[in-house]
Design a protein around this ligand. Structure first.
Ligand SMILES: Nc1nc2c(ncn2[C@@H]2O[C@H](COP(=O)(O)OP(=O)(O)O)[C@@H](O)[C@H]2O)c(=O)[nH]1
Ligand SMILES: Nc1ncnc2c1ncn2[C@@H]1O[C@H](COP(=O)(O)OP(=O)(O)O)[C@@H](O)[C@H]1O
Length: 191
């Protein structure tokens, strides 16, 4: 049986990665979603083991020490990382898995899994990106400004990705990602 595809959906904070992943779920029910570990505090409505595995800094550092993370990154003062075992087991079982992660972590995944499908989600404009981060209402203004400057640096790394998808309209962005996955399954690969 062939292995599943590893799909990495990345892009600046507030571009709509979470929203697009949520909208993709009913459209692609066979796609598996990786749940990350983080030291960030849960937001209202977030559940441990569903949105993230919420960890203390000590717990996270011991996961790094034990090589339990495929990649990790420090982002705006918190650690975020992808549990390795789940991803590897899913791929071995022939299922596709999607990681929704920031850019530094995505580039680390590329070193280990160059065969991954790297998709960069773009905002229709930088003004729209700022409006989305602000509109979500979860961040302090200083954090918003910091995230905007991080976003500009991140967008400059887009050339390391395989695909660029503009998240102008959710359904359209989902359709683009769905099409990429379908096309990647049709690709002739080396045996
Ligand atoms: N490298 C890495 N980034 C992650 C991981 N999980 C989430 N992220 C990214 O961390 C950033 C901050 O996430 P979060 O605090 O949930 O904020 P939000 O995605 O902007 O709502 C986002 O860009 C996420 O995609 C992970 O396991 N590894
Ligand atoms: N295509 C879109 N059109 C309009 N608003 C969007 C779109 N995608 C996401 N948003 C909004 O932008 C904000 C940030 O989205 P979110 O999914 O949290 O981003 P990310 O996970 O990339 O940080 C949310 O308020 C969300 O409702």
């Amino acid at each position: 049986m062939s292995k599943g595809l590893l799909i990495i959906l990345s892009g600046p904070s507030g571009v709509g990665k979470g929203t697009v992943c949520t909208a993709l779920r009913p459209k692609m029910p066979e796609l598996i979603y990786s749940v990350s570990a983080t030291t960030r505090s849960p937001r209202a409505g977030e559940e441990d083991g569903v949105n993230y595995f919420f960890k203390s800094r000590e717990q996270f550092l011991s996961m790094i020490e034990a090589d339990q993370l495929l990649e990790y990154a420090e982002y705006v003062g918190n650690y975020y990382g992808t549990p390795r075992d789940f991803v590897e087991r899913t791929l071995e079982s022939g299922k596709d898995i999607i990681l929704e992660i920031e850019v530094q972590g995505a580039l680390k995944v590329k070193e280990k899994f160059p065969e991954g499908i790297f998709v960069f989600l773009l905002p229709p404009s930088m003004d729209e990106l700022k409006d989305r981060i602000r509109g979500r209402g979860t961040e302090h203004p200083d954090v918003i400004n910091h995230r905007m400057s991080v976003a500009e640096d991140e967008i400059s790394l887009m050339q390391h990705y395989d695909y660029a998808v503009v998240n102008d309209e959710i359904d359209l962005a989902c359709k683009r990602i769905e099409s990429i996955i379908i096309a990647e399954h049709c690709k002739i690969r080396e045996l």
